[in-house]
Design a protein around this ligand. Structure first.
Ligand SMILES: Cc1ncc(C[n+]2csc(CCO)c2C)c(N)n1
Length: 227
């Protein structure tokens, strides 16, 4: 069985919990509290700005020019996605520049991005991609599942359209194929390390919904220390 098929199976219960998370369900049926979505979008803008940098680290780790080019291109596309989140969703939600300036990452957004940097800085391209992959792949599966959902809410309709697009599907397939090729023939010990990165990211994805749903915070002291 390919690496991706195997880790996807191993993480199935975690992924199912994401699909069934009250945040995702409420987004799909249009009942999600805008305060919760706003919290999510601000945290996601932070997440995306770091995700792009980890993709750029993938470009650094790449062993051939085409792979460097692809990761650099993906990083650029994530920057564009982050900027359009800013422009579109912040505008639609009425997020003020002051509010954005006062932003601090919530614990799970901080922990998730820290995990991705750790995989990228302590490992190679396979480690980096194993940590990045659940992000692309889970959202693609969510996009597929929600394709026919009609929240009837302009912002949530737009969010669903973004992840249900064909463009996004080909990006995910490209990375799944690359991950399988990188994992091919590696010793079992290395496979287990890569699987652990993937599993942790899958958990952080699940906790990202929970973080927004509960408006997760630090203690006052911690909050001052984290940016
Ligand atoms: C917590 C969180 N996880 C995954 C995504 C989805 N996502 C982020 S970057 C990227 C690649 C293309 O830009 C994709 C699919 C998200 N937005 N937020």
């Amino acid at each position: 069985m390919s690496f991706c098929k195997s880790v996807r199976q191993e993480c199935d219960a975690i992924w199912e919990d994401s699909f069934n998370h009250p945040f995702v369900r409420a987004l799909a049926d249009g009942t999600l509290d805008e305060k919760v979505f706003r919290f999510y979008v601000l945290q996601d803008a932070y997440y995306l700005s770091h995700f792009a940098k980890v993709q750029a680290l993938g470009a650094v780790h790449a062993k051939d020019l085409v792979t460097t080019q692809r990761f650099a291109k993906h990083a650029e596309e994530t920057c564009v996605a982050e900027m359009s989140l800013h422009e579109e969703f912040f505008g639609l939600l009425g997020v003020t520049p002051e509010e954005h300036a006062a932003f601090r990452p919530a614990p799970n957004a901080y922990n998730y991005t820290s995990h991705m940097y750790r995989a990228a800085f302590t490992g190679d391209l396979a480690d980096t991609l194993a940590a990045l992959l659940p992000c692309y792949w889970l959202y693609w599966e969510i996009g597929e599942r929600l394709k026919d959902a009609k929240p009837g809410h302009p912002i949530y309709d737009k969010w669903i359209a973004t992840y249900g697009s064909e463009w996004f599907g080909s990006l995910v397939q490209e990375q799944i194929g690359r991950m399988d090729r990188l994992a091919e023939g590696l010793p079992e010990e290395r496979i287990q390390e890569l699987a652990e990165h993937f599993r942790k990211s899958s958990l952080y994805e699940l906790k990202f919904w929970e973080m927004a749903w509960t408006l997760e915070t630090w203690t006052a002291e911690e909050r001052e220390a984290v940016r």
